[in-house]
Design a protein around this ligand. Sequence first.
Ligand code: PMP
Length: 407
Amino acid sequence: MIKKPSQAVIDIKPSGIRKFFDLASSMKGVISLGVGEPDFDTPWHVTEAGVDSLANGQTHYTANRGLLRLRQEISKFHDEHYGTKYDPDKEIIVTVGGSEAVDLCCRTLLEPGDEVIVLDPNYVAYEPAILLQHAKPVFIELKEETEFKLLPEDLEKAITDKTKAIILNYPSNPTGGVMTREDYEKLVPIIKKSGIYVISDEIYAELTFDGEFASLAQFDEVKDQVIVINGFSKAFAMTGWRLGYTLSSREISSLMLKIHQFVIMSAPTPAQHAAIEALKNGYPDVLEMKKSYEQRRNLLVSRLNKMGLKTNMPHGTFYVFANIKPSRLSSDDFCTQLLEQEKVAIVPGTAFGVHGEGFVRISYATSLDNIKKACEKIEHFLETLDNQRKEELEAEVLEVMEEIISI
Ligand code: PMP
């Protein structure tokens, strides 16, 4: 008899986003506000740098950490934009997307039985990465009233002797929530005292609206406990190039490199050349795309609120986390019925954790025209729900009246 593969892998649940998209892709004429990637193509001069690198025969492995020139550009970018300093030789690893970086952090830090604090709702890749190390995710519920921020009192309560790390992702997928410098200031003493690691997924850092991006890595007291994950997918519209990176202390970086060098060798070479161009000359493109996202966000939030779906103004990413509780449908039913009746695809909040119930994630990484059309359809869907409810209510009243009359 053939032996059973890893139980930890067998136990991993399929992504709630995928499940929904398989359903959507089987239908024709669907407007999708579900995707988690920019609708923009990679700026042409960046693509061209990748193409040129191939034409010039740069088709070999690079150093395990990635091209030194790229690491120098990454170091410069973080210094100039966020005031954080990382040594290109010892503290940076270029990875295959932020996705590899998440896995790398978990493999490097975790041992069986360790607890890892995860925020709920959260990005879907964290829990499986923790479970694969036979560690235990411990969830902190985030609330709409406090803009889905991590509060110091909740963090303090969640830390035990077994806690090894916390995974943060601000600006947040799926909520669009952002933490300010003042918010982080309150967490610093708790993190310092506990000695836990912070895996800080900052992939949406450049898509921070209304204020400046802040990071725990900006606090010297805890900088060595923080592993920053970032990448080119979101801000530079480079999802398909598969390029990200980690910034951390030397010690952690050298441990992560042990895994990366055997599992990956080096991130794709043409993508690394394209990324150098992105960091050197692509910032105006980032700002241009950001302006577009902001315009779309404003339209979407205002339309949703007008139709009665109370929605916080998200301060980052390209997602809105809309409260659908007035519809009295579960998140899953809301999204399934909206897809079936109006052919609009969005993602149930529960795909991101149990506390996502009552919410849906709507992506505005799509054209203004699509957003307008989708909003009309969502509004129509809510009206039909209202009419149904009125009819149900009238039927109930009629029943009670008949009973009264018959007494
Ligand atoms: N972190 C978050 C929060 C994300 O939303 C994503 C992409 N959806 C990733 C990491 C991974 O991105 P990539 O591997 O393309 O860099």
